[in-house]
Design a protein around this ligand. Sequence first.
Ligand code: ZN
Length: 471
Amino acid sequence: MRHLTCAAAVVVLAVSSCGDRVAVPSPQPPEELFTGARVIVGDGQVIEAGAFLVRANQIVEVGTVDEITASPDTRVTDLTGQTVMPALVNTHAHLGWEAYTGWGSEQFTRQNLIDHLYRHAYYGVGTIISTGSDIEEIALDVQQAQRLSQVDGAHYLVSPGLGTPGGGPNPRFTDDAGWWGVHEATGPDEARAIVRAEADRGIQILKIWVDARDERRGAQVKLRPDIYAAILDEAQVRDIRVIAHATTLEDHKRLLEVGARRFIHMPYDVDVDEEYLALVEARNAYIVPTLGMVTRGEPFRRPVFEDAFFQEQVSDEVITALRDAAAGNPVPAQPVSAAAEARARVIRDNFARLQDRIILGTDAGAVGDFFGYADHLELELFVRLGMTPSQAIVAATTRAARAFGLTDAGSIEAGKRADFLVLDANPLDDIMHTREIAAVYLRGKKVDREALRARWQSQPGSGPVDQRPAP
Ligand SMILES: [Zn+2]
């Protein structure tokens, strides 16, 4: 990458007639032209020899190198031979608890939350939705600071959780002595009141849990259809997007019937049927399969601590700790059991039938998958399960943004935030090439990946080695 010209000035020094120097604000905000790269737009289109103009934090023009011209003041970055794709949009993760290598509620600090935004940014994730496990006071504070340009990293969207008493996230969270609980509703009126209160706080995304595991561990009852119908209804009035955690075909259908449009997890229990697929189409619904979390198959069977792409973000001490932990917690050889085989087959087939509805989400931070890095593993799984690399990128960018009405993210188009990756290899040829990251830009600013790497590689990690659960 070369900077052919570098003339964008914030302040122009003019010389007045009597010789005094006067500072005059530049009439135009700084502009940067990125030219020559193959541009993967994010919606399936590709511009070979593309160019796009970034002004302040936004993309303002996109086309071919011949179509987009720069004014003399424009800084020009030549990306000939490289590929640009939109930054990823991750719709399901749990920020704040992971501390490389300790994990728990005591790790949830403003500083750690911000660190996780940087970790996503490092790996090319431009937008991150943290679902149902953040301390809201801290989360809202960080979200606001980022809106004021005081915090960089991936664009952060907090999604508090609403469930039944005793229900909510997986037991890893709820068993933690410091767990602060979910917003609990025992009836429709209470649920509506919670949605209104969250809207008043500026919350735009809410998570709900509809899961039998809640009953098994002492919830009064699985979140009832009349309660989640009230939540969905009130949320629509308040312009809040609801994302529902549900893992069975029956729960998905009941939720779709009352207006749910976003799902964490696919039906994993049985094959989806025509009735379900019709409901999904009718609702224009989106599914976050979190394949890494449920399959624990390749590529998750490769030890992350041996992967150079992972090692970039941790110290030798953390790598050693993870290696030692894995030695005491070996991954069983496949096939694990006939039941696991059958479930894997259902997941494969359901994924294939829902392919056009799939969006990116990793569950990272909850089950031992690592921020940003896990996004690339999920892309790899999308392709292993039948998507083309182009389809996988659409699922992880434009479609994920559209699912949450994020009109300023997900593609290389005029009017979007200038969030993109510069790659040294073409991911349309091989999805593994999303890892060949030359640079990441968020809001038009180059992420200082070298500085982040240096910081993380010198951090010893925060505590005792976490014994990650076996798959
Ligand atoms: Zn989750």
